[in-house]
Design a protein around this ligand. Structure first.
Ligand code: V0V
Ligand code: CO
Length: 138
């Protein structure tokens, strides 16, 4: 069902400062940047290797998911995203297991991907994202 860890999402107050920190500390390249209004974030993807990334997330507003998370918990790991072959199929399979889906249908994600979230309370306290990449999974 899960093909790989696609990315680890990290909530931060200042995207540029954290890009500098992570890119210098781990010698990573920024491969994409995007403002995603629907998700309420400004984000950057830093490639670790292949299709595996660190995603840095700055909220667009305090009442967005990442804005609320920062107010409650401060900066740190916000979600883990798994690569899947077909996000709609995986959502259907997971729904049959009684886990709450936070999205009724796939949404637009970073780098042209299709994404969906699972409720953290049903996944051991971990906000979980499913990602179908823009190019076919290998
Ligand atoms: C909240 N909770 C979390 C959490 N956020 N637990 C683990 N990790 C997180 N990130 C806990 C929270 O402490 C509460 O537990 C409980 O879940 C309900 O939270 P809440 O504060 O009452 O509710 P909200 O309104 O903060 O909503 C939380 C959820 C929301 C997860 C439902 O953030 C959401 O829908 N997230 C999905 C969308 C998203 O996160 N987008 C930004 C990334 P207690 O206190 O009751 O025990 S965008 C992205 O990744 C993109 C674009 C991409 O990858 O391409
Ligand atoms: Co993400």
């Amino acid at each position: 069902m899960l093909l790989r860890i696609d990315h680890v999402g990290i909530a931060c107050h200042d995207l540029e400062a954290k890009i500098k920190l992570f890119s210098e500390l781990f010698e990573l390249e920024v491969v994409a940047r995007e403002v995603n209004e629907e998700q309420g974030v400004k984000e950057a993807m830093l490639r670790v290797s292949g299709d595996s990334y660190i995603q840095l997330l700055e909220p667009l507003s305090p009442d967005s998911p990442v804005g609320k998370f920062l107010a409650k918990r401060g900066e740190g790991v916000h979600h883990v995203a798994f690569g899947v072959g077909d996000v709609s199929d995986t959502m259907e399979q997971i729904a049959t297991k009684g886990v709450r889906l936070l999205d009724e249908k796939p949404r637009h994600g970073s780098m042209g991907s299709s994404i969906a979230f699972l409720h953290p309370k049903d996944v051991g306290g971990m906000l979980t994202e499913l990602v179908q990449g823009a190019k076919p999974a290998v």
